[in-house]
Design a protein around this ligand. Structure first.
Ligand code: B12
Ligand code: SF4
Length: 484
């Protein structure tokens, strides 16, 4: 009997969950049945009664673990199914398997472990020793090794996009779609999960696995023909930067797609030649990590060997080629203070970034920064204190509580103030007050506005407009699952 797998995901947010969409595509190709459901505005009980899934799968990031645990416990009380959790949180915090109601966790790439699981259940074979899975059965835990990484990404079936529309029906009409051109990253920045993947998989993770331009462009073409695609988002860690790949991609993309796109880049990998090719292909905006304005901190604590001069020069090249920049910045840094965050802000002002996105540093499990924070007493190691989103509070300890509050407040005003740099003095003064809601509202409104209208401008759906209005009104989503 083919297995019935239901993937449950809380929110589709601004991008679809490609990881589970890849898994779903492979399962479907092999004759299994997959379903997707969101959690808001639907009756999960009714959905599960109808589908009767053999397996329920969740893909989770740190900060969401309790939400999904509450949900899974609630479902387990009513139904019988195997629960499996994958994604960054169980990968790097496999102790998660010890939680009640968790049957299996998947570490690392999930396509083939999940296929094995379904096939073995189908054939009534023993599931305890499937590579990448940690399986809990009859009170015993089976911790299995990892299998090698998928080497040829072109061989994977394209992500199951139809399934993702069940998560959010309005998404079918959405003008942007996400794609992946690579997996892996050769660098080891201490705050990023790629370095943790290198610990897990060794050097094979460092070898950036790149799809062929033709497979990638054909996937985009298929989506363009079947949806109202207006804007392409490449969500891979670092967009391919090598000239040969870019030349081939640029030619094909222009001919077959011709739509603006957004991608992630690294300042030290770009130059006049590759930026020109990207711009020529249709690159409209990029996401580039600045992370910290202090070169020494960036190098020693973040293990990110990029100079301010390289960042400034690359911003100039990008702007000269008409490409807008969304920069990634981290604030509330371990051992840091408001002055350090202001230094980062100044670098953004100098580089005339279109949207300087600030995130509050989170010590995600098994990253270098997690270790650094624990060893230096900045973090107590309780990952449940990591908030579900890095836009609110810092889970770190600071000796001076007032300074922590100033940094958390400055985070909310970081991007807006960069628009009016002379306002820095007055903003700095206001950061000492307990005005969280007011600051958060400014942050969310400006974020939503810049993201939707500056960085990815395409015709918006009523959902986008609702999000911008909700941001203005201070309406929030919850980070715990609430039973109806
Ligand atoms: C695109 C993206 C997003 C998108 C879509 C997220 C999503 N649900 O997929 C958006 C913008 C919405 C987003 C939001 C957030 N993201 Co994000 N995001 C990414 C990004 C850039 C790409 C994800 C991706 O598609 N990867 C490629 C696919 C193939 O890999 P994958 O998702 O890991 O999936 C594979 C395996 O993990 C596994 N797997 C995954 N799910 C499941 C489920 C089952 C059942 C099984 C068996 C296996 C399995 O199999 C998959 C296929 O091989 C990654 C960085 C990266 N380059 O991966 C960060 C990343 C995943 N995000 C991260 C974070 C922190 C967040 C946020 C919490 C940020 C915030 N708001 O504060 C939110 C949480 C969103 C959520 N609802 O869970 C962190 C996670 C760190 C951690 N330890 O949890 C990452 C790793 C970046 C980082 N900081 O290092 N994100
Ligand atoms: S932050 Fe960027 S460059 Fe550094 S390891 Fe992560 S993906 Fe690679």
């Amino acid at each position: 009997m083919p297995q019935k797998v239901l993937f449950i995901i809380k929110d589709i947010e601004s991008a679809e969950p490609l990881g589970i969409m890849y898994i779903s595509a492979l399962l479907k190709k092999n004759g299994h049945l997959t379903y997707f459901s969101g959690t808001g505005g639907v009756d999960l009980t009714e959905i599960i009664e109808k589908i009767k899934p053999d397996i329920i799968g969740y893909g989770i990031c740190t900060g969401f673990q309790n939400y999904y645990l509450d949900l899974n416990r609630h479902l387990k009380q009513q139904f019988s199914f195997i629960s499996i959790f994958g994604g960054p949180h169980p990968t790097f915090f496999p102790e998660f398997i010890e939680e009640d109601s968790v049957d299996i966790i998947c570490r690392g790439e999930g396509e083939f472990p999940m296929l094995d699981l379904c096939n073995y259940l189908d054939e009534e074979k023993d599931i305890r020793f499937i590579k990448n899975l940690w399986v809990k059965q009859n009170g015993k835990l089976y911790k299995n090794d990892l299998r090698p990484l998928i080497t040829d990404l072109d061989e994977l079936p394209w992500p199951d996009r139809e399934g993702s529309y069940d998560l959010d029906r309005s998404f079918r009409e959405y003008g942007a779609r996400s794609f992946l051109s690579t997996r892996g990253c050769p660098f080891e920045c201490s705050y990023c999960f790629n370095a943790s993947y290198i610990d897990l998989y060794g050097d094979s993770w460092k070898k950036c696995r790149v799809r062929s331009p033709s497979d990638l462009v054909n996937e985009i073409l298929h989506v363009k023909m079947t949806t109202p695609l207006k804007f392409v988002q490449f969500r891979c860690s670092t967009f391919p930067w090598k000239i040969e790949w870019l030349k081939e991609f640029s030619d094909l993309y222009k001919k077959k797609i011709g739509l603006p796109f957004y991608c992630h880049v690294r300042a030290d990998l770009l130059n006049e030649e590759n930026v020109k090719l990207m711009a020529d292909a249709g690159c409209y905006s990029v996401n580039m990590g600045f992370e910290c304005g202090d070169e020494n901190y960036r190098k020693t604590v973040f293990n990110r060997h990029i100079t301010n001069e390289q960042i400034e020069k690359t911003c100039e090249i990008l702007h000269r080629n008409g490409i807008r920049i969304l920069s990634d910045n981290m604030v509330c840094l371990p051992g840091g203070n408001l002055d350090l965050d202001i230094k980062t802000w100044r670098l953004n002002v100098k580089c005339k970034v279109e949207y300087p996105l600030a995130m509050i540093l989170q010590p995600y499990p098994r990253t270098g920064i997690d270790k650094y924070c624990r060893e230096n007493g900045f973090f107590n190691g309780n990952y449940d204190e990591i908030y579900y989103n890095y836009y609110f509070y810092s889970p770190l300890n600071f000796k001076d509580k007032q300074e922590k509050r100033k940094m958390e407040n400055f985070h909310k005003l970081f991007a807006f103030t960069a628009e009016f740099p002379p306002a820095l003095r007055i903003v700095r003064y206001f950061c000492r007050f307990r005005l969280n809601l007011f600051f958060i509202t400014i942050f969310r409104f400006w974020y939503s506005w810049c993201y939707h209208y500056r960085i990815m401008p395409f015709k918006k759906t009523s959902k986008d407009r609702r999000e911008t209005i909700e941001a203005l009104l201070g309406i929030y989503k919850t980070d715990r699952y609430e039973k109806n």
